[in-house]
Design a protein around this ligand. Structure first.
Ligand SMILES: Cc1ncc(COP(=O)(O)O)c(C=O)c1O
Length: 435
């Protein structure tokens, strides 16, 4: 297929600033561009058309977005042009700056590092999908720990034809299996020049975040692979960022990947969804970081590529949600509010761990290490996870998630602290019924 001149220009901009990013682009990634169409002309008009602006496909009335009073009634603190009009495809500029400030504040080792301005997505699933469009071709490998969020299969394999290659997430000592990760990378490089690696910390489903030492080892194996000439896209899925309850790494892995090597393009995927308890808002972000002589040019070209993908899929993300997130990030109560909810979830995690550490459960189950996030995962010894899940539902009206034969995921984020004893006791009873 012939390449559009605008796409060609962007590709050249990427090639000149990062050979790695260029090599990692998928065919869609190479083809995509942001057309100089209605949005570009309308943005120009917004600056200059002070008399009449007849560009964009919305309706105005009395110089404000036309709307039904019945709709406006549901919004008390937003203006009509913060709700009804389109947001730019890449997101509200103020929100993007504030989110970047927040990322750097919460990941102090990013200070002074050259990362892009985050691009707004319709939350994290969408961000992953855009990144898959940009970098994954049929047959490309995506390396992941075997404890993973199942939707990755749909995003990377079903939609893009990629091949998911996993390694056991935990080693025999119950730590993050860095050696396993290095082994699968080595194995895959025999046939693949490009490696896409996805790490999700805090992890869904286990609730584990590696220690600082483990993260250091992870950086070392990726660096070694980059030094060997592999072209690497390093994805950090930070859906549960910030919910670190014990002695794990308390920053995103992105902090160490974004300036690791010129052959590593680091991508941080995060969202207000879980961090700010707004699951239905659909506001997420994509941030890039790599070693390059000209970060500005590179990030600008990658942003244009993403804008093309955004424009051709959802066009732009929800405007009102973006304004609300922008406002809460400026709210003087923001940090207190986040900390208050963090403490509630932390207490639940620690209490659940205390309850589960009773040796009376040993014959029936163990549990994967957990220190963060929304979830933990039981490893059942005697009963099948799906059989137990159904039994819990039918006999005890308790909902859990079965994963494979032996793993049962519990979202302690949904259970009040005072109910945890009863929850565990009933799950134990249910296991006993079956074994
Ligand atoms: C690891 C992980 N990534 C991404 C998502 C999706 O987040 P969002 O709702 O922001 O699309 C989830 C949601 O369950 C998740 O667990």
């Amino acid at each position: 297929m012939q390449i559009d001149p605008l796409a060609f220009e962007l590709n050249e901009q990427i090639r000149k600033t990062s050979k790695n990013a260029y090599a990692c682009l998928s065919e869609t990634g190479r083809q995509i561009y942001f057309p100089a169409g209605i949005l570009t002309q309308s943005a120009e008009a917004k600056q200059k058309a002070k008399k009449f602006n007849a560009t964009i496909g919305i309706a105005l009335e009395n110089h404000a977005p036309m709307h039904l009073e019945a709709t406006m009634r549901y919004f008390n603190h937003l203006k009509s042009d913060e709700i009804f009009t389109y947001a730019p495809p890449e997101g509200l500029p103020g929100l993007r700056r504030l989110w970047k400030d927040k990322i750097v504040r919460r990941n102090p080792t990013l200070t002074g590092k050259q990362i892009s301005l985050p691009i707004v997505t319709s939350a994290l699933t969408h961000g992953l999908s855009l990144i898959a469009d940009l970098f994954i071709d049929a047959g490309d490998v995506i390396i992941l720990p075997d404890k993973l969020w199942g939707v990755y299969n749909l995003i990377f394999s079903t939609r893009r034809g990629g091949r998911i290659s996993t390694f056991p997430m935990f080693n025999a000592a119950g730590g993050f299996n860095v050696t396993g990760m290095a082994d699968v990378m080595k194995k895959e490089t025999k046939t693949q020049a490009k490696l896409t690696i996805l790490l999700n910390t805090p992890n869904n489903p286990t609730g584990y975040t590696p220690s600082v030492a483990e993260c250091q080892s992870i950086y070392e194996v990726v660096l070694a692979q980059a030094n060997q000439g592999s072209q690497i896209v390093m994805l950090s899925d930070d859906a549960y960022f910030g919910l670190f309850y014990e002695d794990s790494m308390k920053e995103s892995l992105f902090s160490g990947f974004c300036d690791l090597h010129e052959n590593v393009l680091a991508v941080k995927l995060d969202a207000a969804t879980k961090e700010h308890f707004v699951w239905g808002f659909r506001t997420g972000f994509i941030t890039f970081g790599t070693v390059t002589q000209n970060p500005e040019l590179l990030y600008q070209a990658l942003e244009m590529k993403l804008k093309g993908l955004l424009r051709s899929t959802i066009s732009s993300s929800n405007h009102a949600s973006q304004h609300i997130i922008e406002n809460i990030l400026k709210d003087p109560d923001y940090e207190n509010g986040i900390n208050e909810k963090f403490q509630i979830l932390k207490k639940r995690a620690l209490k659940l761990k205390r309850i589960l550490s009773d040796s009376k459960f040993d014959p029936d189950w163990g549990f994967y290490p957990f220190n963060s996030g929304y979830f933990m995962c039981l490893k059942l010894h005697r009963v099948n996870a799906e059989v137990l899940r159904k039994h819990l539902l039918d006999q005890y009206q308790i909902g859990t998630i079965s994963l494979g034969d032996s793993d049962l995921r519990i979202a302690f984020s949904c259970i009040e602290e005072e109910d945890l004893d009863e929850l565990v006791s009933l799950i134990h009873q249910a296991v006993r019924d079956l074994s």
